[in-house]
Every structure is written in structure tokens, then in C-alpha cells.
Design a protein around this ligand. Structure first.
Ligand SMILES: [Mg+2]
Length: 286
């Protein structure tokens, strides 16, 4: 433990900077820019819940999103692994772009998009779902969630001793499909997932949304500053594509990540949203 994290400034082991360590830096980065905020949902806007259905957006965070979404110099996209409707109903604000299934489904003002899936995907998806549901019905605390484009297996509530078995079953069912390139498998926080094998991820959807924004922008000269905040491995694709052009912020204890900065937890994220809200609102008044 370098101790840096605990007094909240700098963790030299991982080379990450606490974004509030230098408040002037946030103001400088935002100066005169149109802010495009890309926000992961679970573990970033909302604390991780015991079950995927249990996650709730904190009132303060939702209020900040609402105020930010009304500013002329700011745009928000929530980019989640959840299915689109699941993200939308947890935030319920117009004027925000929602990207579900890691960007496979996008809906927002003037936007509607579905990512490509290969032929045979839907059929294999249904087979895998049936097999996993059958085999996991005998293990307590494993939830198989159909997210329409992807399938999540959540095992946060399973007994510790069952976890190796959960993984073994998962890979034995999905292995054959993965080998034939019909599905891709990803592991996240206490969750396993199958997705279309198409090369589409949070990084690609962020770049796609930034292009759309450029085309829509009335003031072409005003530069867009992309900011991405996320806490999980699937967010690394977005950190990677924005590392030279935006602010990339990891949420949680500093670890090996491509993000440049970190925030400690979801409350810290709210504090950051409030800071940028004040800066952008002030810029409009000036
Ligand atoms: Mg997350």
C-alpha cells in the first residue's frame, strides 16, 4: 500500500493521478470547450448492487445529469453493458444519449442505431441461454440475464465455493460457439458475458458518437473535449481510444488501467459532475 490512495492524491505505483489533486487542471482542460461526457452506469453513476435489477441512480447524481443535459456546451452519453431499456429506465432524462449492450443499441435525440450481428447469432444465442439456464438452475445465486444482444451471467450472490464451478459450466457451454466465432465471451466484475463477435465495443461507440456530434455541431470551431468515466474492464476500450484527446477517468482503487486519472467511488463521480457543471455553467454566463 503506497498510502497515496488513502490520503487521496497520488498513487505513484500505478502512475495514476487523482483528478481532484489539481483542481485548476479540470478548469484548464474544459476552458472554452464543448464537453462530451461519456459515463458508464454500474459502479460509476450508481453503486454496484447485489443483483443487476437492484441498481438505482442516486438522487443527487440524477439531478446533476439533468442540469448538465440542459447546458448548451455539454452533452451526455451513458454507455453501459446493460440492455438499452434497462439504462434508460434508470435515468429517465431526455436529451441524453443512451448506449446499451456496450454500444450495440444506441438511442438519443436524433439518434438510433443497432450494431451488426452475424447470421446464426440469434439462434445460437437462444441455445446458449437455454443450456445455461438449465445448468445454473441447480446452483444458488447465479442469475442469467437476457439483454437481447448479449447474455449476462451474474454470480455475485453465489457461494464462494461454487465460483470455479460457475466458470467451468459457463466455458463448457460457450466454448464450442466461441471457437466457431459465433459469439465472444467476456469476463467482468462477478459476471460473465456472451456477446456478438463483431468488433464493436465501448471505444468504437464513443468514436462513432463523437463523429455524429461533429456533424451535428452548429459551432464547428468549438472543440469538443471528450471525458470518459468508467470502472470496469469493458471501459478500457474507451480509455484507449481517448487517451490522447480526452480526459479518461477510472473509478475505484488505482490499478493497472489505460485511464490517466481516477476517482474513488460513485460519490466522487457525483462531486466531479458538480465541478464540471459549475465550470460549464459559468462559461455560458461569461
Ligand atoms: Mg461499470
Amino acid at each position: 500500500m503506497g498510502g497515496g490512495y488513502h490520503n487521496g492524491t497520488y498513487d505513484d505505483k500505478k502512475g495514476m493521478k487523482y483528478i481532484f489533486a489539481d483542481r485548476g487542471r479540470i478548469g484548464k482542460a474544459l476552458k472554452g470547450r464543448f464537453l462530451y461526457l461519456f459515463l458508464d452506469y454500474d459502479g460509476t453513476l450508481a453503486p454496484i448492487a447485489r443483483t443487476p435489477g437492484g441498481a438505482v441512480t442516486p438522487k443527487r447524481t440524477r439531478g446533476l445529469l439533468r442540469r448538465l443535459s440542459k447546458l448548451r456546451n455539454c452533452k451526455i452519453a451513458v454507455v453501459s453493458g446493460r440492455k438499452l431499456s434497462g439504462v434508460e429506465k434508470r435515468i429517465r432524462l431526455k436529451n441524453i444519449v443512451y448506449a446499451g449492450n456496450h454500444g450495440f443499441e444506441v438511442r438519443g435525440p436524433g439518434l438510433r442505431f443497432e450494431g451488426p450481428v452475424p447470421p446464426g447469432y440469434k439462434k445460437s444465442f437462444a441455445e446458449i441461454k437455454a443450456k445455461l439456464r438449465e445448468r445454473f438452475s441447480r446452483i444458488d445465486g447465479v442469475i442469467v440475464e437476457d439483454k437481447s444482444f448479449s447474455l449476462g451471467v451474474h454470480y455475485r450472490l453465489a457461494a464462494g465455493k461454487d465460483m470455479p464451478l460457475v466458470k467451468k459450466i459457463f466455458y463448457s457451454v460457450t466454448g464450442a460457439y466461441e471457437k466457431k466465432d459465433i459469439v465472444t465471451v467476456k469476463a467482468g466484475k462477478m459476471a460473465l458475458e456472451i456477446r456478438p463477435p463483431t468488433s464493436w465495443d465501448k471505444g468504437k461507440v464513443v468514436l462513432w458518437l463523437l463523429e455524429k456530434q461533429k456533424a451535428l455541431a452548429r459551432d464547428k470551431k468549438r472543440k469538443v473535449l471528450p471525458v470518459y468515466i468508467g470502472d470496469d474492464t469493458t471501459d478500457e476500450d474507451a480509455f484507449e481510444v481517448l487517451k490522447d484527446t480526452g480526459l479518461t477517468i477510472f473509478v475505484g482503487r488505482p490499478r493497472k488501467t489505460k485511464a490517466e486519472f481516477y476517482l474513488k467511488d460513485t460519490e466522487d463521480v457525483a462531486k466531479f459532475l458538480e465541478t464540471v457543471l459549475n465550470i460549464q455553467a459559468e462559461a455560458l454566463r461569461a
